[in-house]
Design a protein around this ligand. Sequence first.
Ligand SMILES: C[S@@+](CC[C@H](N)C(=O)[O-])C[C@H]1O[C@@H](n2cnc3c(N)ncnc32)[C@H](O)[C@@H]1O
Length: 275
Amino acid sequence: MNRRYSRLVVPHRAGDGTLVALLWTHAPLGFDESAGDLVAFFREAAAARDAGDALRRRRVRFALTTDIPERDPLEAYRAASRPFAVGRRFWLEPGEDGGGAVPDGRIALRVPASRAFGTGSHASTRLALEALEDEPLSGRSVLDVGTGSGVLALAAAALGARSVVGIDLDPDAVFVARGNAGSHAFGASVRLYAGVVAACGGRFDLVVANMLADEILAEARGIRLRVARRGRVLLSGITRDRETAVLSRMRSGRWKLAGRRTEEEWISLTLERAS
Ligand SMILES: C[S@@+](CC[C@H](N)C(=O)[O-])C[C@H]1O[C@@H](n2cnc3c(N)ncnc32)[C@H](O)[C@@H]1O
């Protein structure tokens, strides 16, 4: 990460709206007033100096630091991360440069920690990966709702799914997921879009959604509508206290519970559509 920024600190002036308005005209990245000082951040050092000149003309004291290297807060985590096994088939590589040799019989999923959720370090992702291993995916179509880093979409493709669509309402996540798909040979069969389930057409043999219970409940109807006859839904991200609410919404009429896994306080549920 080579980007740099500048920081201008006006001591003891937090909440000073006049100064904020003045600095605002020099296009800062943003302000921080949490520690009692007024701190403005600038991408361009020249803009920060111009802002400093404006303060000087008003005899306002300030401290300016330019060319500060921008640190990615996840850089240290990635450097310290080690690959780990999930389920019977997967080998998760959360580090920057992959993880060296992949154990025999395992499939490497390279999903470095990023602003998109889904490195495999969370129980809800692991539960979904383990449940995916039990699905007969070869030649099937899969929709991954809330794809995040794309980890589950990539796993489905790696397990032989014919076509995989991943969607996320966060466009940033989709950007990350596309990058992750590009670093896997099987990523070519994964299509990733920003959006919600209502914007998807077609029906899928399997719909996966690792989202919080409230997010699942809000999308329950849309998720069921996208499932083909005799298709299945794999839900994860549900805490024990919300299981009943999710089950009573999803398991009605021709839907029956086909699988359940738990880890810590997290639960995944697989449901099957009878016809
Ligand atoms: C817990 S993360 C799961 C990421 C990844 N699939 C995994 O298993 O690790 C949930 C993701 O769902 C997305 N999301 C939440 N509500 C959504 C919705 N209604 N439609 C699409 N994506 C949604 C969030 O932006 C987030 O990226």
